[in-house]
Design a protein around this ligand. Structure first.
Ligand SMILES: Cc1ncc(COP(=O)(O)O)c(C=O)c1O
Length: 391
């Protein structure tokens, strides 16, 4: 099988909803993967932040395979030990009281939206259903999460969208104050807007959200789908701000590359979802939970998050020395690179030719490398990137 024949078959049968690069990936090991034509790539994208332990990590693969041979799935009408264990560990490491499992980021956010609205309805009745989201945010591709997403470019074609989302400009406290009226039940944020261009929220703005919301019993929802599970060098990006949202959503790297989304809630919200109010056939799938446990074990291992911070620092130091780099944004191993004269999309294409996978976000080159990447691999990848940037 070559990339060409796979691409032909693919395009004949799969809907064309992505702007894909012309390569078919065959296998991976560690932080490198190989396409069907035998070309190798250093991966600075990790499947958009999903392969947190890199490709086919041995302990992760053993845990996943063992679960696949034991019980691959069962209905959520029954209990499974592996889901219980994953939930216990995830709540312990994140500091939350309870979790609902889905299969993706959008699903985790759908759950967060439902919890926020039901909490408000149960306590205050109708009319307090609005959720403030930020301009330039990204919360998913389902109709409700698209509606929540604060980018007009996504509000097309699929009318009517879900009502009840109000956008506030990121880092604009006056705008927030003006819109936080008694119709609002929650404010939903990404501490670092990922798809929106790897932009970190100002500490003052985050402080203001929490200070303004708490006295009005308005919930804070942290969408940590991209920032969570060690990506920024802390388990949650909220830890950098000293903040704990009422609801935190996780997905992407949480199960090391298996479909998993989690909506974590604090004690106040633990009883909001009652039998029959929410569900997902595959949510909390045992194999995904086994993968998630392997990820949490690694992240909790001694020195792991410190090493993420050290590697992030190494990336930044080297990137800032590059003559074509105008600025480096983000937090930890969530890195946005503003270029002086080159276009991010052209750089991503050129990187493929050189054997390097990078992502883009708006006009930036975006890096979300596996958390397990080694310094020698960072250097090898950056050498390739600088060949493009400095040519
Ligand atoms: C912050 C954030 N929220 C939600 C999503 C949606 O996640 P998924 O694609 O798993 O539904 C993403 C995906 O990029 C994201 O970055």
């Amino acid at each position: 099988m070559s990339s060409e024949s796979t691409i032909k078959k693919f395009n004949e049968h799969v809907m064309q909803s992505y702007g894909r690069y012309p390569l078919a990936m065959k296998q991976g090991e560690g932080r490198r993967c190989t396409d069907e034509d035998g070309r190798e790539y250093i991966d600075f994208g990790s499947g958009i932040g999903t392969n947190s332990l890199g490709y086919c990590d041995e302990k992760w693969a053993d845990a996943v395979c063992a679960q696949a041979r034991t019980l691959q799935h069962n209905s959520n009408y029954y209990y499974t030990a592996v889901q219980a264990e994953f939930a216990e560990k995830l709540c312990a490491v994140s500091g939350y009281d309870k979790v609902f499992f889905g299969n993706s980021g959008a699903e985790a956010n759908e759950c967060a939206i439902k919890v926020a609205r039901k909490y408000s309805f149960d306590k205050y009745g109708k009319g307090r259903h609005n959720i403030i989201t930020l301009v330039n945010s990204f919360h998913g591709r389902t109709i409700a999460t698209l509606s929540a997403t604060g980018q007009d470019v996504f509000h097309n074609y699929f009318f009517p969208f879900v009502e009840g989302f109000i956008n506030v400009e990121a880092n604009n406290i006056a705008d927030l104050k003006a819109k936080l009226d008694d119709t609002v039940c929650a404010v939903m944020i990404e501490y670092v807007q990922g798809e929106g261009g790897v932009n970190k929220l100002d500490k003052d703005f985050v402080d203001a959200i929490y200070e303004l919301c708490a006295p009005k019993d308005i919930l804070v929802i942290a969408d940590e789908i991209q920032t969570g599970v060690g990506r920024t060098g802390k388990f949650l990006a909220g830890d950098h701000y000293g903040k704990k949202a009422d609801i935190t959503t996780l997905a992407k790297g949480i199960a090391g590359g298996l479909p998993m989304g989690a909506c974590l809630v604090n004690e106040k919200l633990a009883g909001v979802l009652t039998a029959g109010t929410h569900g997902s056939t595959f949510g909390g799938n045992p194999i995904a939970c086994a993968g998630g446990l392997a990820v949490l074990d690694r992240i909790e291992s001694e020195g792991f998050l410190d090493s993420v911070c050290a590697k992030a620092e190494h990336f930044r130091t080297r990137l800032e020395k590059c003559s074509e780099v105008a600025g480096v944004s983000g937090l930890g191993l969530m890195i946005g690179i503003t270029l002086k004269s080159k276009k991010a999309a052209d750089v991503a294409k050129a990187a493929l030719e050189k054997g390097l996978l990078v992502l883009t976000a708006k006009d930036k080159v975006r890096l979300l490398p596996p958390l397990t990447i080694e310094v020698s691999e960072i250097d090898a990848g950056l050498d390739l990137l600088f060949e493009i940037l400095e040519e």
